[in-house]
Design a protein around this ligand. Structure first.
Ligand code: URA
Length: 432
């Protein structure tokens, strides 16, 4: 086999076999397939796409380039959720401890924020002392005793994906459903899961800007999950506005704590319950979403999920005695009566990055104390003078007030609110 022949085959729109895909991935990791050859193949995949069987082969080849977390054959079912990323998405912080109250274990391997999207690891690290890297023995003990870990990926998880993602980033080949699917699933398969639920975000602050693209990605992930032995469901959810009120790091941990204490924004609670219920049904703990929800709601109401969260934080070295401290605040008020038509997520995300709360480059440090709280959602009716946004910044409040003055677009006529859950994709790939 020669890399150039396989690149030409994909360029001409033909399918690659399992052996051919493995040859390219193994050669790439070993340094025998050059970066420029892998980039050419990635570009051919962007243009020509891949069949479901090719995506499954690519996923498994990338998985097998690294290690898999061990699993206890007599252990509890292992489950996880993955989100394609968006503004204010703190669901993982509530979902993982909530699920751990239901005789499943959650080995959650999360990422860091880049650009508009926040990262669960950055949010957790705003808790003083919290460690996102654990020794293997610590991780396995914590999974047995508390039922969840929230950690970063080690270098040994899907190294082919790490290397390929770096190339895709600089060769305009990130935007391929096949490549995104294999990238996400190779890392999830490495956690030796029994079930996965995907939260595929759609809207102005998401990777997928429109519903057909989001459906394409969700069905590709679900179908590849099935072909690779990982039962997967997906929810396609609104990201034309931030999820909940808080956007930032410490500020999102505080909002997650509110949800664990039975307050906080309804949509964060709703999405957490919806995603968690899908997983509990997928592993056969409940036979209906409604019965799963009853049990999940009980674990929020009786404090069990909150207690699980606290045990996880303290096992991973975190010290948390209440809401985390935030930078000082300034408030944007409504300049007129009307209805919220649009929320400019791009500007909110950019300002948070510029305030130091997010990254431009992977190596940037993050200031956990900055962020914003939004008090309105699309469709809300507004009175002049009402608070719309609180900005938390270390300095230059006037500057940030001016930057964020127009992020909430208010119009005269009523505007319909957005559905939080746009579609559901079953494990068979059926879009509902
Ligand atoms: N997230 C990933 O992990 N990989 C991609 O390719 C895109 C988003």
């Amino acid at each position: 086999m020669l890399p150039a022949n396989l690149i030409a085959k994909k360029r001409d729109g033909l399918s690659l076999s399992d052996d051919e895909i493995r040859f390219m991935i193994n050669g790439f990791v070993a340094g025998e397939v050059a970066d420029y050859q892998m980039s050419a193949l990635a570009m051919a995949i962007v243009w020509r796409g891949m069949t479901p069987e090719e995506v499954a082969s690519l996923t498994v080849a990338m998985l097998e380039s690294g290690e898999k977390l061990p699993r206890d054959p007599d252990g509890l079912p292992r489950v996880d959720k993955h989100s394609t990323g968006g503004l204010g998405d703190k669901v993982s912080l509530v979902l993982a401890p909530l699920l751990a109250c239901h005789d499943v274990v959650v080995p959650m391997i999360s990422g860091r924020g880049l650009g508009l999207s926040g990262g669960t690891l950055d949010k957790l690290e705003s808790i003083p002392g919290f460690r996102v890297q654990l020794e293997t023995s610590e991780r396995e003990k914590q999974l047995r005793e508390i039922g969840l870990v929230m950690i970063g990926a080690s270098e040994k998880i899907a190294p082919a994906d790490r290397k390929l993602y770096a190339l895709r980033d600089v060769t305009a080949t990130v935007e391929s459903v096949a490549l995104i699917t294999a990238s996400i699933l190779s890392k999830k398969l490495a956690a030796s899961l029994d079930a996965l639920v995907m939260d595929v975000k759609v809207g102005s602050a998401a990777f997928m800007k429109n519903q057909p693209d989001a459906v394409r990605l969700a069905t590709s992930i679900v179908n590849t999950g099935r072909l690779s032995g990982l039962p997967t469901r997906a929810l396609i959810t609104d990201m034309d506005q931030p999820l909940g009120s808080a956007v930032g790091n410490a500020i999102e941990v505080n909002e997650a704590l509110e949800i664990l204490e039975q307050s906080g924004p309804a949509e964060v609670r709703e999405l957490t319950l919806a995603l968690s219920a899908e997983l509990l049904c997928l592993v056969g703990k409940y036979d209906s979403i409604s019965s799963a929800r009853v049990s999940l709601e009980r674990s929020l109401a009786n404090g069990a999920a909150r207690e699980r969260f606290e045990r996880m934080v303290s096992a991973q070295g975190g010290r948390l005695s209440g809401p985390l401290p935030l930078a000082s605040g300034a408030v944007v008020h409504a300049k007129r009566d009307g209805y919220v038509a649009e929320i400019d997520c791009e500007t909110i995300g950019r300002c948070i990055v510029e305030m130091g709360g997010g990254r431009r480059r992977v190596t940037d440090a993050v200031d956990p104390s900055v962020g914003v709280n939004l008090f309105v959602r699309i469709g809300d009716s507004i009175r002049k003078g009402q608070p719309l946004v609180t900005i938390r910044s270390r300095s230059q409040h006037e500057h940030w007030l001016a930057e964020l003055a127009n992020v909430i677009r208010i119009v005269e006529s009523p505007v319909a609110g957005r559905a939080l859950i746009v579609n559901r994709v079953t494990e068979e790939g059926k879009v509902i």
